[in-house]
Design a protein around this ligand. Structure first.
Ligand code: SF4
Length: 358
């Protein structure tokens, strides 16, 4: 199993909570980027034929549809099982979806984040709950049934009651896949920076506490599981058979190659990364390469899956100390040859996983 990631780092606006390498750009810049992206893909020496493709961003739904089609044609995708494109709600229409399905796109991930008007407005998003409902209907009518909706717990203005409203919408729309993220307070987003400085712009003074956001996440787990979603990874929930094949590759340490700004690649031994500055990417600055420790990554990445991992004999010995520590604390559990996080461990998983990395 191997995958391809395509980065399209442009958006209509920069959302206050966003910590991705994405921005607003002029049309000529976007055109140059599209040409560089295609050139990079065409120059790649393929060792394998990808089974999954993922257009991420940024907002790849803003890509000219001809560019999506050209990229799909440029991939040696003879046995493609899943081709996902991330979308900002409010950017879809019938003819766009038609061109995507012709190009081979069969899965869409909508960055909804919230269904509540005040939360969306404060975060700089332009869509409404009704837009999402309408676009999901449009996707289904176009034959794209494999749909993910993203939610973020911990946004400004969010309350227990408003979070229930977002979860009500999920139950109403019933997408086969849902991702629930906790807002990450860091220097990389405008909202995170403002909060860390004690300011009030972007609604930073009206964010739920970390504990409350964690309760929102737990409530999402409870409600989603009650309506037949399985949490198969810390942030990802799916109905049977609708897990993201592409994202599973990251957690199972399967190879993938990334194209475009800040795109990462992994061949099973080595990781490499394209420049994260647009100027450097367009001027073809060299990639950054690093060797990996497969044992560490097996735990650090693989334990994110709720089914856990099957450590090798050598790994059981090498990581005996943290395994014993967290098992005693009731945060890891061993079942036969498998090791996995317990339900209590999910909200403190960063701390647990960090212990498997030198
Ligand atoms: S959250 Fe999505 S749409 Fe908003 S700026 Fe970030 S990448 Fe763009």
């Amino acid at each position: 199993m191997s995958g391809v990631y395509i980065s399209y780092p442009f958006c209509r606006q920069k959302c206050s909570f966003c910590n991705f390498a994405s921005d607003v750009a002029s049309d000529p810049v976007k055109t140059r980027y599209g040409a560089a992206l295609l050139e990079e893909i065409r120059a790649h020496e393929w060792q394998w034929s990808p089974e999954t493709v993922y257009f991420g961003g940024g907002t790849p739904s803003l890509m000219p549809p001809e560019l999506v089609a050209e990229i799909m044609r440029a991939l040696p995708a003879k046995c493609l099982r899943e081709a996902t494109i991330e979308c900002a709600p409010g950017t879809l229409n019938r003819s766009l979806l038609e061109s995507w399905t012709v190009a081979g796109i069969n899965r869409v991930s909508l960055g909804v984040q919230s269904f509540v008007a005040e939360e969306l407005k404060t975060s700089g998003r332009r869509h409404s709950a009704e837009d999402v409902e309408r676009e999901v209907d449009l996707l289904r009518a176009s034959g794209i049934e494999n749909i993910n909706l993203d939610l973020i717990a911990g946004l400004p203005e969010q309350t227990a009651a408003s979070w229930e409203r977002s979860l009500d919408w999920i139950e109403h729309i019933r997408p086969p896949h849902v991702s629930v993220y906790l807002f990450e307070v860091d220097e990389e987003s405008r909202l995170g920076r403002e909060f860390l400085l004690g300011g009030s712009r972007y609604g930073a003074a009206r964010m739920p506490s970390e504990d409350l956001a964690a309760q929102f996440y737990e409530r999402a787990v409870e409600r989603l599981e009650a309506v037949s979603y399985t949490r198969y990874e810390i942030s990802n929930f799916a109905r049977a058979g609708h897990e993201s094949l592409h994202n599973l590759k990251y957690w199972k340490l399967e190879p993938y190659v990334g194209f475009g700004l800040d795109a990462h690649s992994y061949d099973g031994c080595e990781r490499w990364q394209n420049p994260d500055s647009l100027i450097e990417y367009l001027s073809r600055a060299p990639q950054i390469r690093s060797r990996t420790d497969r044992g560490e990554e097996h735990f650090f990445v693989g334990l994110r899956m709720m089914s856990g991992i099957e450590p090798t004999q050598e790994e059981w010995t090498r990581f005996a100390r943290p395994i014993e520590r967290w098992t005693r604390a009731g945060l890891l559990e061993r079942t036969g040859s498998r090791l996995r996080l317990t339900a209590d461990a999910v909200l403190v998983s960063n701390e647990i996983l960090a212990e498997f990395v030198a």
